[in-house]
Design a binder for this molecule. Sequence first.
Ligand code: PMP
Length: 398
Amino acid sequence: MASSVSQTLYGKGDGDTILLSKGHPNPKLLPLDALATALETSCTRSQAPTTHMQYGSPYGLTELRKEIARMLREETGSTTAREENIMITNGSGQALDMICALMLRRGDLVVVENPTYFLAFYTFRDYGLHVAEIDTDEHGLQVEILEQRLGSDATFRPALVYTVPICQNPTGVTLPRERMRKLVELSRRYHFKIASDEVYGMLSFAEAPPPSLMAFDDPQQPTVLAMNSFSKILGPGMRLGWIETHPSHIERLVSSGLLLSGGGLNPFTSAIVVELLRSGFQQQHVSRLRLHYAACCHAMCQTLDECLPPEIAADTHYVHPEGGFFLWLRLPSWVDTEQLLELAVAEHGVSFFAGARFTSVPDSQRHTLRLCFAWLDRDHIVAGVRRLGAAIQAYARQ
Ligand code: PMP
């Protein structure tokens, strides 16, 4: 599996292929200078030898928990974020692993969106969990279908719903507030937890970012665990993220042997990020990222509109992303995007992710594909989308 994943990501690997597949932040936007300054400041603080250079708390560095809570209140309008609701993780991927390890049992049912972030399937597999998919539409998870299944089938009882509700990977869409509210209500009624993967939450292009699912959680019956990360903002190499949830869930998660015996997660990196958050750099940086990615997204949409052959364009749909990294293209149902990918890489020098990757029911996404507008500069995006248009045209005429 690993080799086929990287083959799809990197195409022929000859350096000429334009990677509209690669879902990483643009390397030119990673704030290395600011990090170097923050590193120096954090190392010269007089407390350093007794705080972040030592084993840390299983909850994570206290200052970072405080700063994250402040950031969420000030920058996302959160009214729930407080230090005691935050625990530090190695990133959202590790947070999901921890939730599966400590809050679920082998054989439990997990509900995911179709399509969903495909790497999550590996985590569910590792813990012997069953997975059921609920379809999405242009607004995200169809919560009413989930409600119908729960109401009509007494054996359909998920222990967890895994969702990417904001600027989803792979579709780019954000769940409307009413669906968010309904989903959290269902979790209380049917007693399941929600692992809400909100890693693109800070990268919404809108002035007022969408709320976290935490905004709908009830502290009397808490069900939401909102997973978040600095990966998309500062860089995945930081391996630093957090879970925002009710303190009772945090107590369960910090009982992990990894946290108790491992000296807390990343106290050293945490101290560097504390400096960035305190200095106000982070806020300006996120504003720059939003503007940059919004322009790249716009260029991608505009080029798509211009270059899709008319016989295809009439039956092709996409939702303009409102943030994040990804755009999801639904081609006419007779297109097989795995075959299109082969042609696109071999003869047109462009790669994307075929939609079948993002589901365990590949036929349901045979004609869809994911494009990323984050990794490349604007000019490469435009060139890549033109190549894709040419590949689609050649495919249609085969
Ligand atoms: N969740 C989603 C939806 C993602 O797109 C990614 C990154 N591709 C991750 C989790 C991984 O995040 P992290 O680096 O914080 O583990």
